[in-house]
Design a binder for this molecule. Sequence first.
Ligand SMILES: *Cc1c(COP(=O)(O)O)cnc(C)c1O
Length: 378
Amino acid sequence: MARTGPPHLDFRSDTRTVPDARMRRAMAEAKVGDDVYGDDPTVALVEERVAALLGAEAALFTPTGTLANLLAPLAAGPAGAPAPRVIAGEGSHMAFLEADGLRRFGGVELVTVGQRPDGLPEPDALAALLAVRADRPTVVCVENTAMMCSGNALDADATRAVAELAHRHGAHLHLDGARLANAAVALGVPPARLAGPADSVAFSVSKGLGAPAGALLCGSRAYVARARELRGELGGSLHQAGVLAAPALVALDRLPDLAADHDRAAALAALLAEVPGVQVMRPPRPTNMVMARLPAVPAGECAALLAGHGVLVLPLPNAHVRFVTHREHDMIGVRAAVRAVAAVSAAVSGARPARTTDEDPHRQRRRKHDDEATRART
Ligand SMILES: *Cc1c(COP(=O)(O)O)cnc(C)c1O
């Protein structure tokens, strides 16, 4: 499929990375079996390697991070238990993009909780939710990096604090680590350290690591065995999955390369901050994302104006547009993106005065969640 923009100007997501020659060669030469029969050696290898990387007993290859996050809470309860209650940050991928699937296909009760600026669930709000007696198992989710918080990397202590709170109430802690590799590289710690406090971790190889598809759900041996059964029931078990596990193995060799993505994001943030009229949101421990806004221009319109200059970004419900840097970018593309933002900013500031009636983005986001909650109840 043709791209809609040149790779060096497509900042929508690190999922935009395409398999390169080495990955394609690995796919072509992959030793395969039938993973449904448990004898695909390449899948077995990637599962072993990611389990070791995250310090887990076992790992399960899934076609997508979304499926790993759906299996994660379902495998947490004892067999025969009712579908769990899932508590996830209101700006998390699970609450924002996976809620309908979790409810419909997992039967879970999804409850959102406010997040601190670093992405961690608000401890008091989480404690209050955990104190409510539930007639079903509870799964608390933490996202690292925290996407809606500009890709902030959470350190192990932050996750451990939530894990301890969850465990005091008998709850399971799931870590949505789609970009845990970015967090580990940014913090300069092994991924296992960040995964340690969690009971399960979903780890993606298809984001900045550049594999075409795939995630691994990690946990104890018994937990992963249960997830494996559920994966089959949901239609997520692939036969010659080795052709997807092979590029995932190549991706795992590329963790250190993520540092270059982070450097380009830092350069982009610094250059954007100098553009008149632009507000940049950078988190305490940045990774490969930059969120920015022109206060007078709604995010969707901002993204459309930038697309007119050949720069692709993602508008978000927090009134910002998201730039994600990845391995196919270079500094030429970063500078071109900054020039496009400067052109758009100059054009809109000449064309209209800053709006004073703009709704506060937090209120706007809360209202959206209220609307969703209302819809879910009706
Ligand atoms: C991308 C992403 C997912 C889902 O992964 P897919 O492979 O696209 O299904 C889940 N959580 C987070 C935080 C993500 O960024």
